[in-house]
Design a protein around this ligand. Structure first.
Ligand SMILES: NC(=O)c1ccc[n+]([C@@H]2O[C@H](COP(=O)([O-])OP(=O)(O)OC[C@H]3O[C@@H](n4cnc5c(N)ncnc54)[C@H](OP(=O)(O)O)[C@@H]3O)[C@@H](O)[C@H]2O)c1
Length: 291
């Protein structure tokens, strides 16, 4: 099969290399050249392009069986979100509607759930985020599901939790530098997923999902921020970090959610996790580079 991965970065490359290993043809979209040869080393072809540029997207080739949108905001704010997720998604749908696509897999985020009561949420829970960026993601999701209804566009939505893995482990990297803090009273739930399991989730839905479906991509065990950082400290032989100061806590307060995200729907589809909990993914020796 022919796959196009728009936004072939941390997650996109992990998806791509698995697809290539399984014998598929994979092209990744990025705005610039493959300077470090990361794509070439994985057998992924490069299409230089910019999802926010309508004319540019119109010039992208056809003939894909599956298009995966894993583009990120590159840490930008609400305006970048509107350009990348809002407009960019519309450009892609406009380009590939009616092109014979079997699936369009859209990577969204569990940040669409704005719940703050600490309870469990699943794919049918309310999506009323308290942030402008979360609002852009929800609007994009709703628009896509409407396109599914009206034009039969073959969308599948994935709401991905915080991604960690080799080279990505913010709290551990802070801990190793002596900068980690227990936030608030430490009870806020953290929902995460290992990069490799997230990549497997994308491949699972490419093969097995029904179009129009929504899936949470999160591991089996939410953990409180305090318990997580204490476990990391013990595992890596560091002192348990101090509580954050009031000033540090108030700087972080805006838009903070407090929820536990369920993955039952994706599990039922046959998604297997190599790292079902943070303990499996962050075990000492699992990765040498956590910066
Ligand atoms: N990281 C997380 O914790 C997390 C959590 C939930 C959901 N997600 C979602 O998961 C997806 C993948 O995240 P990631 O961590 O793999 O992101 P990433 O490492 O930042 O990769 C994003 C890729 O998109 C490319 N890109 C950025 N802007 C582009 C544009 N305008 N046109 C074309 N390509 C563009 C980047 O390459 P260039 O810069 O070279 O163009 C890069 O290859 C995103 O949709 C993100 O929102 C991530």
């Amino acid at each position: 099969m022919r796959f196009l991965i728009i936004g072939c970065g941390y997650l996109g490359m992990a998806i791509g290399e698995r697809l290539v290993a399984a014998g598929h043809s994979v092209t990744g979209v990025r705005r610039g050249p493959d300077v470090d040869g990361e794509l070439a080393a994985r057998g992924i072809g490069l299409l230089e392009g910019d999802i926010t540029d309508r004319d540019n997207v119109r010039s992208w080739p056809e003939g894909w069986d599956v298009v995966i949108n894993a583009v990120s905001s590159s840490r930008g704010g609400a305006e970048v979100y509107r350009q990348v997720y809002g407009n960019g998604t519309r450009h892609v749908v406009e380009r590939y509607a009616g092109s014979g696509l079997a699936r369009y897999i859209h990577i969204s985020s569990t940040s669409v759930y704005g719940q703050t009561d600490g309870g469990w949420v699943d794919e049918d829970s309310a999506t009323e985020p308290g942030t402008e960026t979360g609002g852009v993601l929800v609007d994009t999701e709703r628009w896509l599901l409407e396109e599914r209804k009206v034009r039969g566009f073959p969308v599948v939505l994935l709401r991905v939790a915080g991604i960690y893995g080799p080279g990505r482990g913010h709290l551990l990297s802070q801990l190793l530098k002596g900068e980690a803090r227990i936030q608030g009273d430490g009870s806020r739930w953290v929902n995460m997923v290992h990069r490799d399991d997230a990549a497997r989730a994308v491949i699972c839905v490419a093969q097995a999902s029904e179009v129009g479906s929504v899936y949470n991509v999160v591991d089996d065990e939410p953990v409180s921020q305090g318990a997580f950082v204490s476990w990391l400290a013990q595992e890596y032989g560091k002192a348990s970090p101090p509580m954050a100061t009031e000033l540090e806590n108030s700087a972080r307060k805006r838009g903070l959610t407090h929820k536990r995200v369920l993955n039952r729907r994706l599990r039922a589809l046959g998604w297997e996790l190599e790292y079902p909990t943070y303990r499996d993914g962050y075990r000492l020796g699992e990765s040498a580079d956590w910066n």
